[in-house]
Structures are given as structure tokens and as C-alpha cells.
Write a protein that binds this ligand. Structure first.
Ligand code: UD1
Ligand code: CA
Length: 477
């Protein structure tokens, strides 16, 4: 935290605007709840504020307020409701009931800038404290400023006003210094100035951006500083913007993993969410998805084509083209290609799961194997057990789930059907093709299939008979 240490002891509160309708997203989901890399846009903004040392966070909600509050309750923030969306200044005013007597600084920002970092929030606060100006803001020089408010500076470098694109003259539109909507004030100055904002503009809304002109025209300077990295202030207003923000966030996450010694073969084709850890010398092959809450040890090889969600993998694990969720894999496990670990699976060290195997809510002891085509559900399988190809645990009777228990070193022959509840003792042998519905003692053997009936020369005789029948029929025609 050293580089983020507070430059001043002034406490800071944040007002995050999230009440707007977001028509341009063309979605029934409230804009702040759209996700990138496993979390909502609003949560990313909240996280940046927290990391920057902001003490109180008030989110202004309006459109779909209930959904937004439900999704974000638990993040330790407060909510203010803006009943009618009359513009960004009116939205900030909705927070006055909660922060009206806040003695410190207030920053205002929008919930649709998920790439913002704590470092930039700190730089905004540092800028505010570097002068006596009542308002500080960040700006962004963009190659394509379309859609953003333009920052019009005075000759001394302070800001004269911000003009919205819809209200800008052709000359003002040429300006590429844009407003990313990141401002800092002393609380008292903010609430006093907000009362002076009117709505005589192209949209008839109360614009927060008008604060600049209110301060500067009364002789109080507004200071502005370009943000370090313009990617940070990309505002998400459409699905295209959302995808672009996701790509930037992914790049950041992958860079963090690579800085820690992970090998990412093709960063443009690797999808990693937040809260994922990958150990040193672990290789992520192309087309993998590592979802939130996944922890992978050292020297593993993941992929190609593997999706892992909320799972923990030890070291030296190999997972090819498989789907793993809510499971634990100890050291040196091998899985795939084309297998699925469903929630509650625990594979001990050295377990080998081959192709087309589905495991659900089951434990496999050290060195156990299921190499081909099996379903193992609600099973407890001991060390070094061999599960033959095609073995199925029948864990469901149409009403309840039942357990299969297999002792260590047991050998389950191919195509066995284990009808749960059932226990196979350790070291026991189950002959291939056996349906097993009762317990088998340790070191015992069970064969549950019909003895074959062999009829010599039967097939030859059958063919002769059938050919004769066929000829008779064609003669009649
Ligand atoms: C705003 C700025 C613009 C800036 C841009 C950066 C204003 C007037 N314009 O424009 O200068 O370049 O952000 O992204 O401030 N909101 C409410 N209540 C409302 C209206 C909006 O809570 O009544 C919220 C929205 O949910 C959103 C944020 O405020 O999170 C910004 O609103 P939006 O409509 O996206 O503003 P822009 O047109 O992008
Ligand atoms: Ca916006």
C-alpha cells in the first residue's frame, strides 16, 4: 500500500452514479450489473475506491434500483435513490441526505468506468490537495472523443468549463481532451455549488459538468490533470464498449499472472477472471477459461481447451480439454481430454482421469484411475483402484442419491454397473460386465454375467436357410 498512502488525513467519501437507464446497452440487465472478467462493473469501481482508501461509498441508484441494491448489498456500501433520472448533478444531489454533513472530501464517479484503478483515484485526491482549488478533476486525451464531454481550459491551464458533445460548437468538438467524470471536492463546496445548477441545455438535464463553470466564473479555479493511462477511463455505454473493457481487464490479469512466472502461450486466446492464482512455471495453453476463485499450483499444464471454475489444483497437474468446477485436484493429477469434474470432486495425488469420464461429488484416493468412459457419482474410491472402461455408478433411484464405496486396490472390470448403495471391499475384483447390487467382501471376486451359450456351426446353417428363403421369394415374383 505504500504508493497509495494517504497524502492527507482528510477523510474521503465517494458518490458513485449508477441510476441511469443505459438505453444504449439494449439489455434488460441494469448497466452497473453487467460483468467483465467475473465481476460487475460497479464492483470494480467500488474496489478501486476501497483500495484508494475511500471510507464511505454511496451508490446512487434509480433505474432497476432493487436489482442493483440486491446484487451489491454485502459490499459494505450505502445506497441513495434518485427517483427520476434528471441528470448527473441531480443524481449526486440524491446522496446529500447521507453525506450532507460529511466533513471531508467527496469524489464523484460513474459506475460505468470499470477499468479505473486505485492509483488514479489517489492521483485525483493528491491533485485536490496540491492546490486550494475547490474542485479537481482528471481528464483523458482520446483519439476518438465522440460521446464525451470536452474540457475547455483557460490560458492559465485551469478549466473554464466542460461542454457536452450535444451542446458543443464544431470548434469545441475538435477538442480531444475529454471528461471521464472523475471529480474531487471538499464536501461543503460540492453541496453549495450543486444548488446553483440549472437545466438549460440540449437534453434539459441537470449536468454535473456545470459545476466547473459555476466555480470558475466565480473566480475559483478548477484544476485538471490527464489520467496516466486513458484505458482506465473508458466509459461503457454499449455492448461493444463492454467487450472492449473486458479485453483490457483480461490483459491486466494475464500480465499479473505472467509477472508471477506463469506461462501464457497466447494471451489473446486465454480468458482469466479476477481472483485467480496461477503458480510459477505453470503453462496455460490457448483457449482456456480460468474462472473466479481458481487456484493453480506450480509446473502444471492447463489446456488447450480447459475451463476451470472455483477449483484448487496442486502442482504438476495436467488438464487437457476438460471442464472442472468446484473441485479439488491434488499434485500430479492427470485429466482429459474430454472429461468433466462436477462440484464436490476431490482427486488425490496421482489420480488419472482419461477421456469421457464424468465425476460428481466423489473422492478418488491416491493413484486411482478411471481412464475411459465412466460416470462416477457420489462415490468414495480408495487408493490405487482401477475403474475399467464404461463403469457406471447408478447413484440415483429416481428419488434419492446413494453412495458407492470402493476399497483401496480394488479392480472394477470394464462395463460394470455399480448399483448404489453398494460397497466393494478393498482388493476385490469385479469381473467385466457385471451389474453389482450387493456388497462384495475384501479380496473377494464377483462375476455377475450369464455364462455364454455356444452353438457350433449355427451361423453357417442359419445363413443357408435364409438365402434359400430369399431365392424362393424372388422366383415367385
Ligand atoms: C457523462 C458526462 C460527460 C463525460 C461522460 C464520461 C455529464 C453531463 N456528462 O456523460 O461529460 O464525458 O460522462 O463517461 O455528466 N446517471 C445517474 N442519474 C442520471 C443520469 C446519469 O445516476 O440522472 C449516471 C449513469 O447511470 C452513469 C453516469 O451517471 O453511471 C453517467 O451518465 P451517462 O448518461 O452515462 O453520462 P454520459 O452521457 O456518458
Ligand atoms: Ca457514460
Amino acid at each position: 500500500m505504500s504508493e497509495l498512502s494517504l497524502t492527507s488525513q482528510t477523510p474521503v467519501a465517494a458518490v458513485i452514479l449508477a441510476a441511469g437507464k443505459s438505453t444504449r446497452m439494449k439489455s434488460s440487465v441494469a448497466k452497473p450489473l453487467h460483468k467483465i472478467c467475473g465481476d460487475t462493473m460497479a464492483s470494480f469501481v467500488i474496489r478501486a475506491c476501497r483500495e484508494a482508501g475511500v471510507e464511505r461509498i454511496v451508490m446512487v441508484v434509480g433505474h432497476q434500483s432493487e436489482a442493483v441494491i440486491n446484487a451489491l448489498t454485502g459490499d459494505g456500501i450505502e445506497f441513495a435513490v434518485q427517483h427520476q433520472q434528471k441528470g448527473t448533478a441531480n443524481a449526486v444531489q440524491a446522496a446529500e441526505a447521507l453525506l450532507g454533513d460529511w466533513a471531508g472530501d467527496i469524489i464523484t464517479l460513474a459506475a460505468d468506468t470499470p477499468l479505473l484503478t486505485a492509483l488514479s483515484v489517489r492521483s485525483l485526491l493528491d491533485l485536490r490537495h496540491s492546490t486550494t482549488a475547490p474542485m479537481a478533476m482528471l481528464t483523458a486525451r482520446l483519439d476518438n472523443p465522440t460521446g464525451y464531454g470536452r474540457v475547455i481550459r483557460n490560458t492559465d491551464g485551469t478549466v473554464n468549463r466542460i461542454v457536452e458533445e450535444t451542446d458543443a460548437t464544431p470548434v469545441e468538438r475538435q477538442c480531444t481532451e475529454c471528461n471521464p467524470s472523475l471529480y474531487a471536492f471538499h464536501g461543503k463546496d460540492l453541496w453549495a455549488a450543486l444548488k446553483l445548477i440549472g437545466n438549460s441545455n440540449a437534453k434539459g438535464e441537470y449536468y454535473l459538468t456545470d459545476l466547473v463553470e459555476i466555480f470558475s466564473s466565480s473566480g475559483k479555479p478548477v484544476v485538471a490533470q490527464p489520467v496516466a493511462d486513458v484505458e482506465e477511463v473508458l466509459g461503457v455505454n454499449s455492448q461493444q464498449d463492454l467487450a472492449a473493457a473486458g479485453a483490457v481487464m483480461r490483459k491486466r490479469i494475464l500480465n499479473r499472472l505472467m509477472a508471477g512466472g506463469a506461462v501464457v502461450v497466447d494471451p489473446t486466446n486465454t480468458f482469466v477472471e479476477i481472483d485467480v492464482e496461477v503458480g510459477q512455471d505453470t503453462t496455460i495453453e490457448p483457449f482456456c477459461m480460468l474462472l473466479r476463485g481458481t487456484h493453480i499450483g506450480e509446473r502444471c499444464t492447463i489446456g488447450p481447451y480447459t475451463r476451470i471454475e472455483q477449483s484448487t489444483l496442486g502442482c504438476d497437474v495436467r488438464a487437457i480439454a476438460s471442464w472442472i468446477s468446484y473441485s479439488t485436484l491434488d499434485d500430479s493429477v492427470k485429466i482429459g481430454p474430454y472429461s468433466q469434474l462436477r462440484p464436490g470432486s476431490h482427486l488425490s495425488s496421482g489420480v488419472r482421469i482419461g477421456n469421457f469420464v464424468e465425476v460428481k461429488n466423489s473422492t478418488l484416493g491416491p493413484g486411482a484411475q478411471a481412464a475411459h468412459l465412466s460416470y462416477l457419482g457420489d462415490a468414495h474410491i480408495g487408493a490405487a483402484v482401477n475403474i475399467g472402461a464404461g463403469t457406471i455408478t447408478c447413484n440415483y433411484d429416481g428419488f434419492l442419491k446413494h453412495e458407492t464405496v470402493i476399497g483401496e486396490n480394488a479392480f472394477i472390470g470394464s462395463n460394470s454397473t455399480l448399483i448404489a448403495p453398494v460397497t466393494i471391499g478393498s482388493g476385490a475384483y469385479v469381473a467385466a460386465g457385471s451389474p453389482i447390487s450387493g456388497d462384495i467382501p475384501a479380496d473377494g471376486m464377483v462375476i455377475a454375467r450369464q455364462r455364454p451359450t455356444i452353438k457350433e456351426d449355427w451361423a453357417a446353417a442359419y445363413r443357408l436357410k435364409k438365402r434359400a428363403e430369399k431365392e424362393k421369394r424372388s422366383v415367385k415374383r
